[in-house]
Design a protein around this ligand. Structure first.
Ligand SMILES: [Zn+2]
Length: 431
């Protein structure tokens, strides 16, 4: 049943302006949630089911199954109004669960019908420290069966299982359990921020930073195999264009072949430039890389091509800037007498991440997880956006990035539960 969530004990309806729950014993709870402009109504049975363990299934697994069954494919990857597009169903569902757990719930509008969800657990005393939990709500697209969760041999399969509804579920359940426990932080506020659009342009985390939200540490939920990740590479997309002179294919000597020039550039980037980058190493991230991803040139076989373009994926290390990379490539081309124009192919920068692992709160997290040193990964995520917005950020979550975006995405249920337990232990270290 699309867009309908099942509850064992009753049913509930989420509307544009408020969320009403009909739970066990017939008590209705009206939750103050800010009006969502043009949020589609979500009919829900047992929205509480996501957090009630039964049938030997843990709360975390149950919540993850609910989340997989609620498609939230980034709208950039689907036609507008596609039934699987958008994060709002997931945001509305989590808002209800959060409010039931006693968290303060708020929405931050980011894009049309796409809002970040904020769920806050305030301490008993004055707020002296703030921890932000920031998993993204969107996924990449998948085949129809991937939106029905399936369990086999201790693994839960489905789109988003590891990227990143699994890490999200671990964070969310840990926070709800903390809210219900006696060991609540005294002076530390914990905010769960489910952000939109990570898989495309990170509009959600950019909006969070732009809102002026400050925190002492952000834990960005991504599948890191339960490692606290303190560094990742940045991602730069560049476009190179060569211009030539068109001529009849029978008289190539009268033209200038833009494809030929570009072929020499591609070779240069993939050999000499790549070798130079292999010598540039970061202790946690290895070397910077370059990869020519697309090429397009020429209009017709019997015309000497006057235009050729390529796109380049350049993964950067902490300390490398977009301006410096562009300068480096331009000067290499100049030295080889290969004329081309260079442009940036991304609307927003995706910078590398490197947080100081000696920050007290980072050390406290590392200790809770039982990790002795910092770690790095190759993939880019929201942590970079938050860090460059002034919030020290690490990446953490159950699951393995090797399964992310695949046709058979899964997460180990053991690591899902362990992730929740480690996060809860960390939160309780503030009490
Ligand atoms: Zn992700």
């Amino acid at each position: 049943m699309k867009n309908q969530l099942h509850c064992d004990n009753g049913e509930g309806v989420a509307t544009r302006h408020s969320l009403t729950l009909f739970c066990a014993g017939g008590t209705n709870t009206r939750i103050g949630v800010q009006p969502q402009r043009s949020t589609p109504s979500v009919t829900a049975h047992n929205l509480c089911a996501g957090l009630a363990a039964d049938n030997g299934m843990s709360k975390t697994e149950k919540l993850l199954r609910e989340l997989i069954a609620l498609p939230s494919v980034n709208s950039a990857f689907l036609p507008t109004r596609h039934p699987r597009a958008g994060e709002q169903r997931v945001a509305d569902f989590l808002a209800v669960c959060a409010a039931r757990a006693g968290l303060e719930v708020d929405f931050q509008p980011v894009l049309p019908n796409r809002s970040n969800l904020l769920a806050r657990l305030s301490p008993a005393n004055k707020v002296r420290q703030r921890i932000l939990l920031a998993p993204h709500l969107d996924t990449v697209n998948g085949s129809e069966p991937q939106f029905t969760p399936r369990t086999r041999n201790g693994q839960l399969f489905g789109r988003g299982a590891c990227d990143t509804k699994g890490p999200l579920a671990a964070m969310f359940v840990a926070l709800c359990e903390l809210a219900r426990s006696r060991q609540r932080p005294k002076e530390t506020e914990i905010i769960f921020a489910g952000v939109v659009d990570e898989e495309n342009a990170q509009a959600g985390s950019r909006a969070l930073v732009a809102s002026g939200l400050k925190a002492d540490l952000a834990i960005v939920g991504e599948p890191t195999r339960l490692q606290v990740v303190t560094a990742h590479k940045g991602s730069l997309w560049l476009q190179l264009e060569t211009r030539g002179k068109a001529a009849h294919g029978s008289r190539p000597e009268l033209g200038r072949n833009a494809v030929h020039t570009m072929a020499r550039i591609v070779n240069l980037l993939q050999t000499e430039y790549a070798a130079k980058l292999r010598r540039r190493r970061h202790p946690l991230l290895g070397c910077a890389t370059v990869s020519v991803g697309t090429i397009c040139g020429g209009a017709q076989t019997n015309i000497v091509p006057d235009l050729c373009t390529i796109t380049i994926d350049r993964r950067t290390l902490p300390g490398e800037t977009e301006v410096a990379v562009a300068r480096e490539i331009k000067s290499l081309l100049r030295r080889k007498h290969l004329p081309a124009t260079l442009a940036n192919g991304k609307a927003a920068p995706c910078l590398p991440l490197e947080v100081n692992p000696r920050l007290p709160v980072v050390r406290q997290f590392l200790r809770s997880v039982g990790q002795t040193g910092p770690a790095g990964v190759h993939f880019f995520c929201d942590a970079s956006v938050l860090a460059h917005g002034g919030i020290p950020s690490v990446v953490f979550g159950p699951g393995d990035i090797a399964q992310a975006h695949t046709g058979n995405e899964w997460i180990s249920l053991h690591s899902l539960e362990r992730g929740k337990d480690l996060l809860l232990r960390f939160f309780q270290s503030f009490s």
